[in-house]
Design a protein around this ligand. Structure first.
Ligand code: NAP
Length: 415
């Protein structure tokens, strides 16, 4: 957990052992439990004034109300709720003096302490068979609660260039605000937003897979975001979380700068997720005839009356009509682990067609490489990324120097 959050880790019992030069077992044997509890109290007071650390405590720490008060004054108390059998299966636990008698002593301790754990914890976290998965809700909550400034959230997030772009502009404008990348796995937006509401994060951008799922967690959704049902930018305004969509306008600006427009064009969109929703809405509203193919045809149907399943038969049938083909799936994206199984449909596109991949990492996906090999015009997601980021900064910090920000972001990427 400390590793994932990039925070220091403190094990209170290990600290006591280091200070006394004895193991907990030896302390109990030579000095008794009362002495241990005294030293534990001193350690709890020290830990209570630590900033930003993840602290593991011994189970007896809650027996003293003063310890609980010290740890909670500056922190968040979490009870990792594990079945007694799972605790006993952890071989090192029998090293603990109060558990030396095995199952019976554990049952006695559970009886005595469990009500205290439940009463004092800010959060009770059931521990599943896979301990790492059990930490996901807590990680999401902690990231929302402790992150400062601005951030991008998504999963996977390692590939995201958003921190690089936003930090470069903040630096150039002498804005001293951090911009972080937070991995929030699918299904943990609820915890993340709960953390954000109690924390100090000013705003964040939203990427795969949360653009649609985030809507019910916001207080208000504005403009195109409300119309297409996808949010990629969230700003805190007087304690309320407001959702926007800068993706749709970002792609339009990117296309325009390359000399393309949607008006009168046949636009074939692959995928029907958050990015596709914004793009399909904007293209349709700008006069394009939009067709959407997605692996779940029902999702595609929500974006356009012309829809179908994303399969080779439909791709081959729709490609000859397409002036602009837009990949709005993560196929081919770094760290995603899947790519288009077959690119033969590209040969059916008209000679003047543009193949646009919203994926920007890698810069040349297999889709774009094959399209370029066939002599088609290609565009990756980098220009869109820059423009949606500029529009997000307009919301975040009132940015109005668009060309200046564009140059800064371009430079940051090319380094
Ligand atoms: P999303 O909301 O998760 O939607 C992804 C879409 O792709 C869904 O329709 C999904 O289908 C489909 N999909 C996922 N895996 C697939 C597979 N193996 N085969 C076929 N279809 C698959 O994600 P998103 O936010 O729309 O992002 C989509 C891509 O666009 C990502 O690569 C993202 O990085 C990129 N993007 C780039 C920019 C930019 O500025 N350049 C902006 C936004 C997005 P299901 O619904 O069935 O899962």
């Amino acid at each position: 957990m400390a590793q994932e959050l990039g925070r220091p880790f403190i094990d209170m019992d290990s600290r006591i052992e280091e200070r006394r030069g004895q193991s907990i077992k030896e302390i109990f044997a030579s000095c008794g439990q009362a002495a241990f509890r005294r030293w534990e109290k001193e350690e709890a007071a020290r830990c209570g004034i630590e900033q930003g650390a993840v602290i593991a405590t011994g189970g007896g720490v809650v027996l003293d109300a003063g310890n609980v008060q010290a740890l909670k004054a500056n922190g968040y108390l979490v009870f990792l709720d594990r079945l007694p059998k799972a605790i006993m299966d952890n071989s090192s636990i029998t090293e603990r003096p109060l558990l030396a008698a095995g199952q019976e002593s554990l049952a006695q301790l559970a009886l005595e302490r469990r009500p205290l754990y439940l009463a004092t914890a800010d959060e009770v976290l059931p521990v599943a068979a896979n301990f790492k998965d059990s930490l996901n809700p807590l990680l999401a909550l902690a990231q929302g609660a402790t992150c400062r400034g601005f951030a991008v959230i998504g999963d996977p997030i390692g590939h995201s260039l958003s921190p690089l772009l936003h930090r470069a502009v903040f630096k150039a404008l002498n804005i001293d605000i951090p911009y972080n990348a937070l991995r929030i796995p699918q299904g943990y937006l609820k915890e993340f937003i709960r953390g954000v509401r109690g924390g100090v994060l000013q705003g964040f951008t939203v990427t795969i897979p949360h653009k649609r799922e985030i809507l019910p967690f916001l207080d208000e959704v504005r403009g195109g975001a409300a119309l297409c049902g996808a949010v990629n930018t969230v700003m805190r305004d007087k304690g309320r979380l407001i959702g926007y969509n800068t993706d749709m306008e970002g792609l339009l600006l990117a296309l325009k700068r390359q000399g393309y427009s949607y008006a009168g064009q046949n636009v074939l969109i692959l995928g029907a997720g958050g990015a596709a929703a914004g793009v399909a809405y904007k293209a349709g509203a700008s006069g394009a005839r939009v067709t959407v193919l997605a692996r779940r045809a029902g999702q595609a149907a929500a974006l356009s009356p012309n829809f179908g399943e994303l399969n080779s038969e439909n791709l081959s049938r729709e490609s000859p009509k397409a002036d602009i083909l837009i990949n709005a799936t993560p196929l081919g994206m770094k760290d995603f682990g899947a790519d288009f199984p077959d690119l033969s449909f590209l040969a059916n596109l008209p000679a003047g067609a543009l193949v646009c991949d919203l994926v920007y990492n890698p810069a040349a996906t297999s889709l774009l490489k094959e399209a370029a090999r066939l002599g088609l015009a290609v565009m990756n997601g980098m220009e869109m990324l820059i423009w949606q980021a500029i529009l997000a900064e307009q919301i975040f910090v009132g940015l109005d120097k668009f060309d200046f920000a564009y140059e800064i972001m371009q430079k940051a990427i090319s380094k």
